[in-house]
Design a protein around this ligand. Structure first.
Ligand code: GLN
Length: 451
């Protein structure tokens, strides 16, 4: 714990953390030492972790990187984090992120953007760590923690893991409880680990999985021993390559990394076949309609009365207006407006209901493919880490960065991003393995071999 706290100190320029909890961590470490010495160690005893700042942590500031949650100290703990503390893990701090997890660079944080450790501020130019769990990916890549927790609504664990050269897994929707996670889009949000190895991902995923009566969408299914299931190899498995993901204009280095991943799986005895996911081209539009609709509804609760910031006004309405205008950043306001529009009476059927139908078709595409293959291999991101200014003026270009990750959330599937070599610019590229519902074990194993 002391070594990680020292590394947090040495990497302050990366802005990975919003809140650090050094005193609490040292006290917990003492307790862990005592348990280890007396033979009472729990599964994660003494493991120092970083937690994305959209998980409610009792008694510890939780901001979701938004001004509107100023000073919000939750009186309760999220289920995922409470499972970690019960297993003996130690909280080092809460990590930086895009405001309310809306973004692909972590640049919408009210607390300033975190920086990708593959290009330090002292190198001159910086590149983004990806988002929205950018701080968690930076914290892991910069070795300031043993592992971190992120959340993934449309790629927010996998894409920053890819851009920072580490491992990130989004489990099946319903595998982990969403209780106590600051909600973005409830039908898409899932928690998951960001780690330096697939083995670590298996161990942490094990600890946070399981049914929770406090989340009606968490699934009452037993949790396999993910760590014990690792190491079987991929011999005899069938791996699908969706032809719709081979988009025209795919950068040569991304294509090369993908081909090398395919070769590694073939060399290990897997059979690689082409599959088709015909509705992929509608995914981006459907995702942003559904995500923004749910966000506009979820974010209605920030009214200046119940949480965080309150800007006084002459009347109640005036207070609402001033608090929300000042408390939410530009990207969040854009999404609330679009989300409110697509849910409004005259447009609901044209946009929201249509998007839900497209979502069902996208899920059916995957389930059809999984009749003939055990998992899919695709790139995690169409680009390596880019400079912070890129796409800043063009929200739609920024949303396109999520092209390979959002389909997985729409379909509720598990997927991992593992390191997949380097881009021509020397920055990391990720490979993504997508699996059948609740088959995280295969996803982890294929990812382990493909990297
Ligand atoms: N970049 C996507 C978005 O902005 C995904 C975010 C996420 O997974 N939280 O919605």
């Amino acid at each position: 714990t002391r070594a990680y706290l020292a590394q947090m100190d040495a990497t302050r320029d990366l802005n990975a953390y919003i809140t650090e909890t050094a005193d609490r961590a040292l006290a917990a470490a003492k307790d862990a030492d005592a348990r280890l010495q007396s033979g009472n160690a729990r599964p994660l005893e003494g493991l120092p972790l970083a937690i994305k700042d959209n998980f409610c942590t009792k008694g510890v500031l939780t901001t979701a990187a938004s001004h509107i949650l100023d000073g919000f100290v939750p009186p309760y703990e999220s289920t995922v984090t409470s499972k970690l503390w019960d297993a003996g893990a130690i909280l080092l701090g809460k990590t930086n992120m895009d405001e309310f997890a809306m973004g692909s660079t972590s640049g919408t944080s009210y607390y300033g953007a975190p920086k990708n450790p593959h290009k330090r501020p002292s190198d001159g130019a910086t590149v983004v760590p990806g988002g929205s769990s950018g701080g968690s990916a930076v914290a892991v890549a910069a070795k300031t923690c043993a592992a971190a927790i992120g959340s993934d609504t449309g790629g927010s664990i996998r894409q920053p893991a890819s851009l920072c050269g580490v491992v990130g897994i989004k489990p099946t929707y319903g595998r982990c409880s969403r209780f106590g996670i600051v909600a973005y889009a409830s039908s898409l949000d899932q928690a998951g680990p960001i780690t330096r190895s697939v083995e670590d991902a298996a161990i942490v995923l094990q600890a946070i999985s399981g049914h929770d009566p406090k989340d009606s969408t968490s699934v009452p299914q037993s949790v396999p021993d993910f760590e014990a299931l690792l190491g079987k190899g991929v011999k005899g498995l069938r791996i699908g390559i969706p032809k719709e993901y081979r988009v025209a204009g795919m950068p040569a280095d991304v294509e090369r990394a993908w081909a090398e991943g395919i070769k590694r799986l073939e060399a290990a005895g897997a059979t690689v076949v082409d599959v088709s996911l015909p509705h992929t081209k509608y995914a981006l539009a459907a995702y942003y309609i559904i995500a923004m609709a749910e966000a506009s509804s979820n974010l209605a609760r920030y009214d200046g009365l119940r949480f965080g910031l309150r800007v006084p006004g002459k009347t109640l309405d005036d207070m609402y207006r001033k608090t929300r205008a000042e408390g939410f950043g530009a990207e969040v306001r854009r999404r609330i407006l679009i989300g409110t529009f697509v849910l409004s009476a005259g447009y609901y059927d044209a946009y929201y209901a249509k998007a839900q139908k497209v979502r069902a078709l996208i899920r059916d595409d995957f389930l059809e493919a999984f009749k003939t293959v055990d998992a899919l291999l695709v790139p995690t991101s169409p680009v390596s880490a880019f400079p912070p200014g890129e796409h800043a003026e063009d929200p739609v270009a920024m949303w396109l960065v999520d092209i390979y990750t959002i389909t997985v959330n729409l379909a509720g599937l598990p997927a991992i991003s593992v390191p997949g070599g380097l881009a021509d610019d020397g920055l990391p590229l990720g490979l993504q393995v997508i699996g059948r519902p609740f088959d995280e074990a295969t996803v982890l194993e294929v990812g382990r071999v493909a990297q």
